[in-house]
Write a protein that binds this ligand. Sequence first.
Ligand SMILES: *Cc1c(COP(=O)(O)O)cnc(C)c1O
Length: 499
Amino acid sequence: MITTFHSTRGLSEHLTSRQAIRQGLSTDGGLFVSDELGKEKIDVASLVGKTYQNMARTVLGTLLPDFSASELDECVKAAYSTQWLDEKITPLKPLGKDYILELFNGPTSAFKDVALQILPEFMARTVDKTSAGTNSNENVMVLTATSGDTGKAALAGFTGTQGTGITVFYPLGKVSEVQRLQMTTQKGANVNVCAIEGNFDDAQSAVKRIFADNSLAMKLRQDANVTLSSANSINVGRLVPQVVYYFSAYVQLVEQGAIGVGDNVEFIVPTGNFGDILAGYYAKKLGLPVGRLTVASDRNNVLFDFLTTGTYNRERPFFETTSPSMDILVSSNLERMLYYMSDGDTELISLLMADLRDKGSFTVPSALLENIKALFSCGWADEDQVNQAIAHCWSNNRYVIDPHTACGYHALQQANNETDMPRVLLSTASPYKFPRVVGKALGLECTGTDFDCMDALSQATDTVAPKNLRDLQHAEERFTDVIPIDEIGDYVLRASQRL
Ligand SMILES: *Cc1c(COP(=O)(O)O)cnc(C)c1O
């Protein structure tokens, strides 16, 4: 048993990667990390010419040491197959003199598919088959709070998975029409979708409280034989698959002749919960030449303020923007970056997180801030700038981007690129998930339904809406429940009893 995973806040528990994936979050509220990260480097040159699937086997093998090669092979085969529109899975394309990494060619047209197509495969292999007397009939209920994209990607990943249910909570009225329909039309017997009265942070906090609720846990075990797990990006199994596409991007740059192996590359990453960009940091620790990681935020620029001042302050107005998946005030995965950047100082992390909980803010020591700034840069875009970015990218590159990617595009335009490091913008969603915002930004008449907007966008840009999105117009809506925040515990119990 390779029990290298422990909490960012202490060393009392030691878990295997399997256990960490199954449990999701540590009992002390911290996130699971492994001090082995980066001790073994990946030979980047050996990846050139390899398929995405091959790179995934190598990278995942390093990050999940207690999965066997044949298990990972099965997981990778199931997750990265014909459900993707591009055989490269995450194709890299030129964008002016920069590059764009398309992460949205999966079954739900958002980058979260990269992780959520494979997480159910991991989860199915977390049941301990070796120890006698374990409760083999035990089911897992995966709980997810979503600001729009995670929910659908998790539903698509977990539908039909044996012994597993999935329950998704989304903030009522705060996701796009397409995003809502994607979730409420999900097929499958083991899926549940419910709107809550509140914003995404309320939903995420409520789900975190549920994980910490021991009496509910007991009831779930006794009444339904269910344990809870998480598909949010706090789960190790969500994070590690994302490390692969940083390697894939780099290898594609090499294959396109843009760089040689060893040259540094900058990644610009639209960021909310800090998962996507953290995966880039993990890639760097594994030996990928990452010269700079640029955090791009929307108007909820709490990370921009943190990276410029060293103070993280969540006591601030919350803005609902056209990039809902980045409308986040508590960026959970930042905790993992702080852990590694402070050389594993669990005491410091515990103090900072207690300050965040009790005072609403924390401040990191200045030496730590300097370390962080040496690698992480930042930018943010307000709504006008997002619209301008979408228009600018189209008129200059004939390439349509969604409002999340547009935050990154804006940061890219703003940065004075004094080095000649190649820059890769991560594109996190298909523009067709947000056809009204994108259409309007391009000056189109967008007054009808989201589907009218899709058609207008298609016509104006000579691009095609992904079938999974265009077909939603005629799909049957299955889930219409709306509940107050304080009823989600009961909802989870009822959903678990149906498993
Ligand atoms: C989730 C999401 C993000 C932010 O990713 P994090 O891992 O939360 O930083 C950005 N864009 C889109 C479209 C997303 O769905």
